[in-house]
Design a protein around this ligand. Structure first.
Ligand SMILES: Cc1ncc(COP(=O)(O)O)c(C=O)c1O
Length: 429
């Protein structure tokens, strides 16, 4: 490391506070945080010049790789026009064009409107508040309740985390969170009180933060039918699954199911900048129209709503999808990932592998089939070992995530799988 980074390590340990991190461990003298200095395609480089495959797409955000020339250019060109102006009472071309392109990705779906915010959590907040205000303004003000699934994760702001069902993340704030009707699966829907229910929220096809837990095929269609029967709105949280990760542009397209709200973030800008979009239908939008004095406008917004740099990056990312035929590439490499996971499954310490498209979770456990004590942090140890072999990723307890940027080659996938195999053997025996 250069002297600059040595100095930075001191500042880092003295002044910074990292998410989901026990800072007492982080600041120990023998812990040297990894400084990421640059990236190229699916690879990251640290301050000492070591190269790593970005095995979790920089926390599930990066789509086309780092330093992509088209996205770099788009952001730079926008920067020399304007970096930011308010979206309250003003508008701009990249926001309008992006809204049109997003809606065009879901033709004949009834999805027509785009509301921008900043990240996955705020995208969910928008859906929550829109659903409540919509029912209030359409004569069904008793509909203020939400249902969500056990083990769900929808973000960390207080509203989004109310929907979350992972004890470690959410329980300590329970007293402040709004009540949510919690279900395990479709068979429990009929015990919900639909008269007070505004919406059901789900991560379609796969629950990410729960440890890459997949839902049964056909579930989304049945959920849509139940919601239609009971006049309950359906929210698809595609913050993780959106933009090609599952093999289709959006997870909902696997079952041809259109939600009332589709929440997009992370990959929206190709993983470059924070931007979210909550997409909805004309019917919901109509519920907010009226005379000014009726105060039916949607009361929500952030300072950086529709940031032009983010919109420019998102437009460039969609262009890359078209020009580089990204979904075709993804279709051609998914079987390579599948094959690799099958190999990992043969290891005695791999309890399970789960995969949807380019998203994979590899669950480690003791060779006798018993789970490790979570305090042993075996998943984290596997990830630390993988780092030494040239792969960066993060675990969810004992589930090692492997979801590289969509631009990975077959050989890069094989490399990632090989590293995970070596790391599992090194740590678990
Ligand atoms: C399904 C899902 N929803 C929402 C979020 C929250 O997104 P953000 O971290 O951008 O607020 C995440 C983050 O991992 C997620 O996986």
């Amino acid at each position: 490391m250069t002297p600059d980074f040595e100095q930075a390590e001191e500042w880092e340990k003295r002044h910074l506070w990292h998410p989901f991190t026990q800072m007492r461990e982080w600041t120990l003298p023998d812990h040297h945080p990894l400084f990421i200095a640059s990236g190229e395609g699916p690879w990251l480089r640290d301050a000492a010049g070591n190269r790593y495959l970005d095995g979790n797409s920089s926390i599930w955000t990066n789509i086309h790789g780092h330093n992509h020339p088209r996205i770099n250019r788009a952001i730079t060109e926008q920067l020399f026009q304007i970096a930011h102006s308010s979206f309250l009472g003003l508008t701009h071309l990249p926001a309008a064009r992006l809204a049109k392109e997003l809606v065009d990705l879901l033709p004949d779906s009834g999805i027509t409107r785009v509301f921008y915010s900043d990240d996955g959590s705020t995208g969910i907040e928008v859906a929550i508040k829109m659903a409540i205000q919509y029912f209030k303004q359409t004569g069904l003000s008793k509909k203020i309740g939400f249902a969500a699934f056990n083990n769900a994760y929808h973000g960390d702001t207080l509203g989004a985390s109310s929907l979350g069902g992972i004890a470690n993340f959410h329980d300590r704030f329970a007293a402040l969170q709004f009540p949510v009707m919690r279900v395990n699966g479709l068979d429990e829907l009929d015990r919900l009180d639909a008269a007070t229910l505004a919406a059901i929220v789900i991560e379609p096809l796969i629950q990410g933060a729960a440890g890459m837990r997949t839902w049964p095929a056909g579930m989304l269609r049945q959920l849509r039918q139940w919601c239609d029967r009971h006049h309950v709105l359906l929210v698809f949280d595609e913050v993780m699954t959106g933009f090609g990760r599952t093999g289709r542009m959006f997870a909902c397209q696997h079952e041809g199911v259109i939600p009332d709200f589709l929440v997009l973030a992370k990959g929206l800008t190709g993983g470059y900048l924070p931007l979210a979009a909550t997409l909805t239908t004309e019917a919901i939008y109509d519920g907010f129209l009226g005379d000014f004095s009726e105060l039916r406008a949607f009361f929500y917004g952030h300072s950086y709503t529709a940031n032009p740099l983010g919109c420019a990056a998102a437009l460039a990312s969609l262009q890359v999808f078209r020009e580089e035929r990204v979904l075709e590439h993804v279709a051609s490499v998914i079987p390579v990932l599948e094959e690799g996971l099958e190999q990992l499954k043969q290891l005695p310490c791999v309890r399970d592998v789960r995969q949807i498209g380019m998203i994979a979770g590899i669950e480690v456990g003791a060779a006798d089939g018993i789970t490790f004590d979570w305090r042993e942090r075996m998943g984290a140890k596997v990830c630390v070992a993988a780092r030494d072999f040239g792969l960066l990723t993060r675990p969810i307890q004992d589930v090692v995530v492997f979801m590289p940027p969509l631009c990975v080659s077959r050989d890069e996938i094989r490399f990632g799988i090989e590293v995970i195999g070596k790391a599992v053997k090194t740590v678990c025996g």
